[in-house]
Design a protein around this ligand. Structure first.
Ligand SMILES: Cc1ncc(COP(=O)(O)O)c(C=O)c1O
Length: 426
């Protein structure tokens, strides 16, 4: 699949032909694909909501159950994969997924919890510089998180929240407008916190340009990578991003409520003067069990940990990260661009004014998801495609999100989806 000049065709035979040539095609076999009542695989397009179960996840979790059964507390040191350092087994692979140095990432907690913990350290407002920049249509949890952080510091969201809004008649934000907003409000912005890929529109932001503009203005720049980790080719370290947080149950297939990840750039590795909410798992691991009451944080992202982490959650994430390592993010992103471009091509062939793709049409500005706006918010279309075996999702007020995931979706899946959509619109 090295041909970047692929001429798409609207036919099942064409889709089957590119599936045949797909170097990643065997990876689908590594996942359980849910079935329809007929016994056929569903057309699963919600890896942006909950990734599918790697077939190896059970064995990874069972290993830990077994060690708990036979070793009890001794499993912390004597388990096949000792629990004491277990989170470290995931660090290198997770760092590769997001383009970070190992010391810059750690898995811990859940996403919104981590956003708060990082904002405690990186949102340092004062009387002049106290504003937070976010997308107007950011995921609600991010909105609640930044609004509550503002209030926690005594600022009113109505005055201190700058919401980036698309121009009239447009669906997505223009990078030039984001940069201009940062420039215009530069002296007052303490923090820029955007979703790396917007959950609703599927728009991916220009991380590097936004980070640079934020830093030039004297602000801190963080990203919520819920929809970007395992989806885009990220280079958090090189882009100089200050911090980031992401969940692992979407593209990273760790299972419902799976353990989340954080990134803290290495230049903050020893920023021990920053306030942080501390817990024993962030304390220097050499002296943790001396049970001293003086907190000595670890260098790097690990120093933000609070609690001893959940082994079963980490075990299932590990099963998935092994698969990511075998596939490689470069190859996954290359296939993803083709798969989504193919979906876009087929949607364009439908020619029906009742649907409109609101995701940017440039692959550099999106991940795998396309958001299809349905005129008059007619949810019946979504219900009908669901009855035909499509698992996509509906996001209020009027969007069907479809995310072909390169690890387990095929060009044939995409072809069948577009055909069903077209038939249902008739
Ligand atoms: C962009 C974004 N932020 C935050 C969240 C909330 O995640 P959690 O419930 O893991 O805190 C989600 C969940 O889907 C999300 O998509």
């Amino acid at each position: 699949m090295n041909d970047t000049t692929l001429q798409f065709e609207n036919s099942a035979a064409f889709a089957a032909r590119i599936d045949e040539r797909d170097a990643l095609k065997s990876f689908r076999e590594k996942f359980y694909i849910p079935k329809q009542a007929s016994g056929e695989d569903v057309l699963y397009f919600t890896g942006n909501s909950l990734g599918l179960q790697p077939k190896t996840a059970r064995a990874y979790i069972e290993q830990e159950l077994k060690d708990w059964e036979t070793l009890g507390v001794e499993g912390h040191f004597a388990a096949k994969n000792p629990w004491m350092p277990y989170h470290e087994f995931l660090t290198g692979q997770m760092a590769n997924v997001v383009g970070a140095l190992p010391a810059e990432t750690v898995v811990m907690n859940s996403l919104t919890v981590n956003l708060h913990l990082l904002m405690i350290s990186f949102y340092r407002p004062d009387a002049v510089r106290n504003k937070i920049v976010i997308e107007k249509n950011a995921f609600p949890s991010d909105q609640y998180a930044v609004q509550s952080q503002l209030k926690f510091h005594g600022f009113a969201p109505a005055e201190s929240l700058i919401e980036l809004t698309p121009r009239d008649g447009e669906n997505c934000l223009r990078t030039e407008d984001i940069l201009e907003t940062i420039r215009q409000n530069g002296d007052e912005i303490a923090l820029i916190m955007l979703g790396g890929v917007n959950y609703y529109t599927g728009q991916a932001f220009d991380f590097e340009a936004i980070t640079k503009a934020g830093h030039d203005a004297g602000a801190v720049v963080g990203f919520d990578l819920a929809h970007a980790a395992g989806n885009l080719l990220l280079k958090l370290h090189d882009w100089n991003v200050d911090f980031a947080a992401w969940c692992s149950y979407k593209y990273l297939n760790s299972g419902p409520g799976g353990i989340a990840g954080v990134f803290v750039h290495e230049r903050h590795a020893t920023s021990f003067d920053l306030p942080r909410f501390a817990g024993w798992w962030g304390h220097d691991k050499e002296t943790r069990f001396l049970m001293d009451d003086k907190f000595i944080p670890m260098r790097g992202a690990e120093g933000w940990q609070l609690s001893n982490p959940p082994i079963f959650q980490m075990a299932s994430l590990r099963a998935s990260l092994e698969i990511f390592e075998a596939a490689g993010m470069n190859a996954l992103r290359e296939k993803s661009i083709k798969l989504t471009n193919y979906l876009e091509f087929l949607l364009g062939e439908i020619h029906d004014a009742r649907i409109e793709v609101i995701t940017p049409n440039n692959s550099a500005e999106r991940g795998c998801q396309l958001s299809i706006r349905v005129k008059n918010a007619d949810k019946s279309l979504f219900k009908t495609i669901t009855e035909k075996g499509v698992i996509a999702d509906w996001r209020e007020p009027d969007v069907i999100r479809v995310a072909p995931v390169p690890l387990y979706n095929s060009f044939t899946d995409v072809y069948q989806f577009a055909k069903i959509l077209k038939d249902c619109l008739k």
